[in-house]
Design a binder for this molecule. Structure first.
Ligand code: DGL
Length: 251
């Protein structure tokens, strides 16, 4: 059990950064990555749709004998982590939270931060509770088109720079930006460029990796010995004219 892999999933490429952080922090662990491309984007879906998609991913990964699952997606965490924990109560599930608290704690007296999120995160009670505890110093901005735009342009991310700049114009005097969607890691450098480097950018990926490490340790499930296997990659794919989707194996 302790040398079984850890499953990581997102709607697409966003969670790869979370996977990277986990692999760096836990070099002895084995990983399986699942990109739920058939259901991308999660951010524009209803709560029921996101919960169904997240359930499918978690179930698939646990069925592949994963000892833990990381929901490497802010949207799926905001909408579905409680369900997943309840339905797989004997397993370890770690979510990805926007780094609102660390950002709030480090804000200057008159500064404010902007949490960039998807629509489904923006309207989730979980995210709203987080923001409500920050005395109005964290503004939230939902961008329904951004994650998909990033997913389609990772090979040439500079192409979407004008679009990202136009989003940030409204927040030109922000002190910090919170990347509240795992896809937004890909525009980290564009954000930095917009603010001439003076902005602090917060990303929840490292927090999720540390949480996973902690959960494995307290459940005595940390891998032992040199048993690490090569990371395996899967994605879901819609079948034409059918409602079901299939798993694609990239290994
Ligand atoms: N990557 C997901 C997140 O962290 C959302 C992207 C999508 O809308 O599918 O919120």
């Amino acid at each position: 059990m302790r040398n079984d892999p850890i499953g990581v999933f997102d709607s697409g490429v966003g969670g790869l950064n979370v996977l990277y952080m986990c692999e760096r922090l836990m070099p002895n662990e084995s990983f399986i990555y699942l990109a739920d491309k058939a259901n991308m984007p999660y951010g524009n879906k209803t709560s029921d749709e996101i919960r169904a998609a997240a359930y499918f991913c978690a179930d698939t990964l646990f069925s592949m004998n994963c000892k833990a699952v990381v929901i490497a997606c802010n949207t799926a965490t905001a909408q579905a982590v409680d369900d997943i924990r309840r339905l797989f109560s004997t397993r370890i599930t770690v979510g990805l939270e926007p780094a609102v608290k660390p950002c709030y704690n480090e804000l200057g007296k008159n500064g404010y931060a902007v949490a960039l999120v998807t629509e489904a995160t923006y309207f989730s009670p979980k995210f709203n509770r987080l923001i409500a505890a920050c005395d109005g110093k964290i503004k939230a901005a939902a961008r329904p088109e951004l994650a998909e735009l990033i997913e389609k342009n990772t090979a040439d991310i500079g192409k979407i720079k004008p679009h990202v700049f136009s989003i940030l114009e409204e927040f030109g005097d922000a002190e910090s930006i919170i990347l509240g969607c795992s896809h937004y890691t890909y525009i980290h450098d564009i954000i930095k460029e917009f603010y001439g480097g003076r902005i602090k950018i917060y990303d929840g990926a490292i927090g999720a990796a540390k949480r996973l490490q902690y959960c494995l340790s307290v459940s005595d499930m940390t891998a032992r010995g040199a048993t690490k296997t090569k990371t395996r990659f899967y994605s879901t794919q819609k079948m034409p004219r059918e409602k079901t989707c299939v798993l694609r194996d990239f290994n």
